[in-house]
Write a protein that binds this ligand. Sequence first.
Ligand code: PA5
Length: 446
Amino acid sequence: MSIQLNLKSVAPFIREHEIDQMQSQVSRAHDLLVTGTGAGSAFLGWRTLPDDYDRAEFDRILAAASRIQKTCDILIVIGIGGSYLGARAVIDFLRSPLYNNLKKDTPDIYYAGNCISSASLTDLLSICEGRDVCLNVISKSGTTTEPAVAFRIFRNYLEKKYGKEEAASRIYVTTDRKRGTLKQFSDKAGYETFVVPDDVGGRFSVLSAVGLLPIAVSGIDIRGLMEGAADAAKAYASDDLRRNDAYRYAAVRNILYRKGKTTEILVNYEPYATMLSEWWKQLFGESEGKDGKGIFPASVTFTTDLHSMGQFIQDGSRNLFETVICIRRPGTAAYRIPADPMNVDGLSFLDGKDLDEVRDTAMQGTRLAHTDGGVPNILIEMSGRDAHALGELLYFFEIAVAISGYLLGVNPFDQPGVEAYKNNMYALLGKPGYEDRKKALEARLD
Ligand code: PA5
């Protein structure tokens, strides 16, 4: 496996026998998962997705990606939450957070419909001027406000720019197989459609067409991603805590939670992993944060955030633990620090050193300091930065959160809390059928 769990820096906080004692609970959680008898069992499709996916659709994704690459300068991915975070995480991680600014023969990729902001839509529309544009609209329900509004705006834009017929050939829709309104609308309009499987929830959908189409457009090897995930599915099939790193991670974070460590910070040392942390936060936050329970998922990118959040982590409230992702061979050319005979900054001891070596040393020093400061450090080591290794990591987190949620006693596959803001927003905006709620809310407004 390209992924290894290293618990050495957790040892001062958890004894080995405490992990062993979790075995029976983990085995029960494993049974719920593999027999499909646990809460949320209608949404377990992600488990088998890496092996058991629609090959014909996969080929259509590759064909559509190649068409998009040939016909557009910009792909706009419209979606929110699980409908865009996975693709963005993978593209940033394997290509670059500066992907759009790189010299490349694949289209720029922008994201829309993930907020409610006139300013960002105006900016994006102006970026599109004079350039050829395609859309990938991703929404399982087809009725989520943010992407639906963005789709209205960009559909109008495309139809004005190219006419209805050509616009239709530039719009790709990823949605529910047959029930949703977006599917019916797309079929009528002549858009090519891809499927969000019924049994795969948004935050678990990165390895379906939801993530794969935009990822393939960016030139990433989606087959490698799937193969990595398939290898992970095999590696994490046993309920034996001593052999299954994903389950061990789930067990350890649950032990820490029971000891009052209620916030987990996902730490990475590379800007290209920042969006991966955003994906991870949704996966863990939405899966576990319910019924008054759950570990709050936070994230930092070091060393950047050591200069903003470092003080708190070292020395603030002691309810934290860190999960550090360490990539052993990032696969990019390393810089050597140039010598400065004047030694203006007093850093001549670094002359000629490889920058990545300095980063790794910063990581070692930080991990030791944080452990000394009372912050347990779980380490996830990745042997490289490639599609196969990332596929493994995505699956590692997916199966870990499923087990972790069952250990916590929640349904890891629903998100009932997300509806509360929507209902209030609809009522206040005057959606028919929400009149009573509107009155009650308005009485409470300032
Ligand atoms: O994980 C989830 O379920 C959510 O983040 C959804 O993906 C998000 O709310 C978007 O929903 P939809 O795809 O129906 O537009």
